[in-house]
Every structure is written in structure tokens, then in C-alpha cells.
Design a protein around this ligand. Structure first.
Ligand code: ADP
Ligand code: MG
Ligand code: ZN
Length: 597
């Protein structure tokens, strides 16, 4: 921002003090044009100066400035003397120098003040980004020892703000107790873990629980994010780490929290050179090794890519998982405390949000409150929450995107296809709800999955059935509408991923027995994997994957063909109402045998 003000000020000065310079843009032109303009009587002033001709011409009421190369034209002076001009005395003035040198004041501004200003602004900007490391409301100083991070004291977050995550809290409670009363531990000679690593998918409350530890222990909290090291100057990272630990030692007992610690450890990505990153990381590890665990400095770090870190530095690993049904209810309750609400059916909302993270749930509650305000109500209701679930998870309803009748039919049959195939295989409600209202996220329909409950193991048949369900959408398009659409792209991707995993990772194809053909890195962020087999095997795997998918696709088509009447009735209902719940769908399934008998 400051930078723009600087530029603006210079421009303003330019325009106010030296208006003629600001106005007179000198355009390049050729000698012929110049002569033409002279002959047509447009030219007012001419100056010949070091091989250049500068001139002004009056065109459509404006005075324009031009320059052209001077050719050795002996008639030029005659021409100019004889030519007409828009000047009052009707002659061209050619004793006047048109282009003005920048005034000495402007030169001074440009050469000395502006670079100084720019440098100052860059310096301040850098200072700010370093200052941010200190966390809320703190400032930084540039000292010889490097940038300082100030501790946040008086944190109000407590474990009560973190719903669910009981195992994590259990582990961290010991750390809190240690910080409260280090003597209790040191008397026996126990030294507590130097650090704990919080691991889990994004939005599960890692940052939140770290603050809660500081809030519970009532100790200073030094927070720094690994990704902020990336923006730093060369050599600063390591200096910063050193300084951080020095300060923390002075303030002990206290907590150092390094968020997104994987950002320091990771190799690719631009911004910070590998050397710099290594240096920062090494400094961090050295400090961690070196400091006295009994003093009461506890390091918490958070990451969603545990595999990026070398094992062994953090003696405790605290796993944060996506919440289950009970966990989601608890998280909703925590966040609903902050808004006025009445008669909320927590169960409905928790069931509709299978697979959502704590962050998403927090967001859902807030969206619901905003919706209540929009509706002119004084408190949040269940329907606000239900609508905001869809807004947060699938994007807002696109009010003016109208699907054509054909598209609507295709989307409806596609979604019902998935649901029907799923229901026929598991004999239970396959979905929570299906809607075919276009969303701003680009989705044309949205299927809210039903919470499948706690499920730790999946057998081969279940996995295969999932693939069958994924192919159900496309199968319905094929059978009913006799066409294929782009709507199945995501299904295709997922089905392929599953089929591949069955073969390469779960040993579920008879062919490769229990041989690992693939390793997975990055389990929380999409799960990149890399093959660990020969290229012949790799191409063989492809064939095997295709076989599984084909088989699944055939099965889906068979199921749909056998129950095509249910398909038609459910889809007609969905097309008309735009929404169908799991129960309504199951009613269509139940009706069939009665009607047939
Ligand atoms: P992470 O650091 O794991 O990505 P955050 O701690 O930043 O997640 O969580 C973001 C927000 O989500 C929190 O500020 C909080 O509002 C909400 N949240 C996440 N998990 C929980 C939870 N278990 N209980 C209550 N709120 C949660
Ligand atoms: Mg976080
Ligand atoms: Zn689909």
C-alpha cells in the first residue's frame, strides 16, 4: 500500500509543479510527415538540436509534440520561413527549444528521493512480514541479533473450545500439567517430551488445540509459521530460529508453536533456496537437540504432511482426525454457543456433514447465522444450517443458471443411477439427499453422502461395490438417455484411483499376491503415490485396473436395467421437486415388490 502512495505522490508532484512536462508526450514520427505537417500549416514551433528535429503541431485543437531525425535538407530553412503556421504572426517559430529538460527539482526527486522512498518502502514491507511472525498485535525490531518474535501471553482459548479430539487432549494435558508445575516432574528426574507433533488433515483444529494448550497452561505462546520462513531473506531463517529459542529460554515455562512445519522441510516449491531451507531446518533441529527439556520450554508443531519430516525429533505424535458423527455434533455445539439459535436438530445437521472438518463445520454455523440475518430473523434455525451445509460444501445455489430440460433429465438420472446402484448393493439408504440445483462451485447436482459410520476395514467386495456405485451415474446416462456426458469425469477419476489401489496397494488381485506395487506419500492431501515396480508390471497393472473397472461398469448397468422402473419413478420425482431425501428414495424402492405382487 505504502508503495502506491509513494508513486501517487510523485505523479501528483509531477502534474502539479511541472504540468507542461506531464502533458507533453513527445511522439516519434518520420521526416516526410514532418514536411507534410509543415506544408499543411499545422506546425507552430521547430527546434533543431543535436541531430533531432523537435516540433509542435496544432491538430484538432490540441498542441502535439513530435520528434524526428534531422536529414540534411538544404531547403528546410526556406520551407520553414515560407510555411504558414497557426501562430498569431502566421510564421513558424524555430528558435525555440520545444523539449524541456526535466527541471533540476524533478531530477533531484527522481534520482535521489524516489529510490530512497522505494527502498524505504521495501524495507518496511519486509519488516512487516517479519513482524507478522510475532502473531497478534505484536511488532518486530531489526536488531543485530535478527528479528524478534514477541510472545503472546494471556491466551483465552481453552480445551473447552476444542470439541472431540479426546485422545489429543489427553496427551496434551500432561504437557499442560508439566508447564503448570515443572517441579513435580523434575523432582523424580523425569524430563518431559521436548515437543509434540500435531498431525492431521487441514481444518481439524491443530492450530486451535496448540493455542488451547497455552491457554490452559497460562504460559507465553511463541507462534511462528513454517511458511513464513519461506518469505525471509537469506540467512534470516536460521538467525530467527536461534533468537526464538533464546527468548523462549528466558521466558520459560512457555510454548513455541511452529505451524505448518513441513514448509521448512520441503524441498520443491520456489521462494526459498534449498540451502536456506536446510540451514533453517538444521538450526531448528540443533536448537531442539540442545535445549534443556527440564526448563519448561515445550515445542508444539503442526503439519498435514508428516512424511515430509524426518522421524524422531518429536517424541510425541498427536493424531488429529476428521470428526465422526458424535465429534461433529460436539463441534457444532461449540460453535452454536456463539450464535443465537432455537430448536436446532443437531442430529440432522451432523448426519448431513459426513466427512467435513471442524473448520468446515465452524464455517457452516457462521453461514447459517448470516443466512438468518438475511432472512430478517433473530436466531438460527435448523433450516438455516441445512442450507448452509450445502452452501459451504457445494457452493451457493446459482440462482440464474437454468438447466435445459434435457440437461436436468441427464443430471437427475445420473445421480439416481449412483443412488440406485448403491442401494441395491447395500440394502440401505444410499444418500442423505440429492439436489439438482446448480451450484456456484460448478456442480450441477449434489449428493450428500450418508455417514457410513465408523469403518476401519474394507473388504474386497465393499471396495468393488464402491467402484460399481461410482460407475452407476454414467451407466444410467447410457441406458436411459443413450448418451454419455462430461458429468462423469470425477466418478471416472475416483473409480480408477480405487481400482488401482486395490491392485497396487491392497493386494486384492490374485495376480500379484501380497506384493507392494506402489507407495503413498502425502496421505492427507490427496495421496500422491509412486510406483515401485518395473515398467512391464506397470503396463500390466493398467490392464488389470481396466478389467476391474469394466467388470464394475457391467454390474452397474445390469442393476439399472433390472430396476429401470424404480429409476424412472425416482428420477421423475427428482426432476419435478429438484430434491430427494434418502428416505423418499427408499420409499420408491419399497413400493416395487408390493406393486408387483
Ligand atoms: P488446522 O490447524 O488443523 O488446519 P485450525 O485449528 O486452523 O485447523 O481450525 C480452523 C477452525 O476450525 C478453528 O479455528 C475452529 O473454529 C474450527 N475447528 C476445527 N476443529 C475444531 C474442533 N475440534 N472443535 C471446535 N472447533 C474446531
Ligand atoms: Mg492450522
Ligand atoms: Zn457421478
Amino acid at each position: 500500500m505504502g508503495f502506491f502512495w509513494g508513486i501517487l505522490i510523485v505523479l501528483l508532484l509531477n502534474g502539479l509543479i511541472f504540468p507542461n512536462i506531464a502533458q507533453r508526450q513527445i511522439k516519434d514520427t518520420d521526416y516526410g510527415t514532418f514536411i507534410n505537417k509543415v506544408d499543411s500549416g499545422l506546425v507552430k514551433e521547430v527546434a533543431i538540436k543535436s541531430g533531432h528535429i523537435y516540433f509542435t503541431a496544432e491538430e484538432s485543437g490540441k498542441t502535439n509534440a513530435y520528434q524526428t531525425g534531422a536529414t540534411n535538407d538544404p531547403q528546410l530553412v526556406d520551407r520553414l520561413l515560407n510555411a504558414d503556421s497557426p501562430n498569431e504572426n502566421r510564421k513558424i517559430a524555430f528558435n525555440q527549444v520545444v523539449p524541456q529538460e526535466n527541471s533540476p527539482i524533478l531530477n533531484f526527486l527522481l534520482m535521489w528521493i524516489l529510490p530512497g522512498l522505494i527502498f524505504y518502502l521495501i524495507w518496511r514491507q519486509a519488516g512487516k512480514s517479519l513482524g507478522r511472525l510475532g502473531g497478534g498485535g505484536n511488532f518486530m525490531s531489526f536488531g543485530n541479533s535478527g528479528a524478534k518474535i514477541y510472545a503472546e501471553s494471556d491466551i483465552k482459548t481453552t480445551f473447552a473450545d476444542v470439541a472431540g479430539q479426546d485422545e489429543a487432549k489427553e496427551t496434551l494435558k500432561e504437557i499442560v500439567d508439566f508447564l503448570h508445575n515443572p517441579a513435580k516432574y523434575t523432582e523424580i528426574g523425569a524430563s518431559l517430551p521436548k515437543g509434540a507433533l500435531l498431525v492431521g488433515p487441514p481444518g481439524t483444529g491443530k492450530t486451535l488445540i496448540a493455542r488451547a494448550v497455552a491457554g490452559e497452561a497460562k504460559v507465553p505462546f511463541f507462534a511462528i509459521s513454517g511458511s513464513e520462513f519461506v518469505q525471509m531473506f537469506v540467512g534470516m531463517g536460521a538467525a530467527k530460529v536461534r533468537d526464538l529459542f533464546k527468548q523462549a529460554n528466558e521466558k520459560a515455562p512457555c510454548i513455541i508453536f511452529i505451524d505448518e512445519i513441513d514448509a521448512i522441510g520441503k524441498r520443491r516449491d520456489t521462494g526459498m533456496g534449498n540451502d536456506e531451507r536446510e540451514q533453517t531446518l538444521n538450526q531448528l533441529l540443533t536448537e531442539m537437540d540442545g535445549f534443556d527439556g527440564r526448563k519448561g520450554v515445550v515445542i508444539l508443531a503442526a503439519t498435514n504432511r508428516p512424511e515430509m519430516l524426518r522421524p524422531g525429533r518429536f517424541d510425541r505424535r498427536v493424531q488429529m482426525e476428521l470428526p465422526d458423527l458424535e465429534g461433529r455434533k460436539a463441534i457444532l455445539a461449540v460453535h452454536l454457543k456463539k450464535v443465537k439459535h432455537e430448536g436446532i436438530d443437531m442430529d440432522i445437521v451432523a448426519r448431513a456433514t459426513a466427512g467435513s472438518s471442524g473448520a468446515e463445520l465452524a464455517n457452516i454455523v457462521n453461514e447459517a447465522a448470516l443466512r438468518a440475518v438475511r432472512m430478517g430473523r433473530k436466531s438460527v434455525t435448523t433450516s438455516d444450517l441445512e442450507e448452509s451445509v450445502e452452501t459451504v460444501l457445494a457452493g451457493a445455489q446459482k440462482k440464474n443458471a437454468v438447466l435445459s430440460a434435457t440437461e436436468k433429465k441427464l443430471v437427475a438420472y445420473h445421480e439416481i443411477g449412483h443412488a440406485l446402484v448403491a442401494a441395491m448393493q447395500t440394502h440401505s439408504a444410499p444418500v442423505h439427499k440429492i439436489t439438482i440445483i446448480p451450484r456456484t462451485s460448478g456442480a450441477l447436482g449434489y449428493t450428500m453422502q450418508v455417514d457410513s459410520g465408523e469403518h476401519f476395514l474394507l473388504d474386497k467386495e465393499e471396495l468393488f461395490n464402491r467402484i460399481v456405485t461410482l460407475t452407476g451415474g454414467r451407466s444410467a446416462e447410457e441406458i436411459v438417455c443413450n448418451t454419455v456426458t462430461t458429468g462423469a469425469s470425477n466418478d471416472i477419476e475416483q473409480a480408477t484411483k480405487l481400482a488401482r489401489a486395490m491392485i497396487t496397494r491392497y493386494g486384492m488381485s490374485g495376480k500379484y499376491d501380497m506384493m507392494a506395487l506402489e507407495t503413498v506419500s502425502n496421505a492427507y492431501l490427496g495421496g500422491d503415490s509412486s510406483l515401485t515396480c518395473s515398467s512391464e508390471t506397470a503396463s500390466d497393472i493398467d490392464k488389470e485396473v481396466l478389467r476391474v473397472i469394466k467388470e464394475a461398469h457391467e454390474k452397474a448397468k445390469r442393476i439399472i436395467s433390472e430396476h429401470i422402473d424404480i429409476m424412472h419413478r425416482a428420477a421423475t420425482f427428482l426432476i419435478e421437486k429438484e430434491t430427494i431425501t434418502g428416505n423418499e428414495f427408499m420409499n420408491f424402492l419399497k413400493q416395487t415388490p408390493e406393486q408387483k405382487s
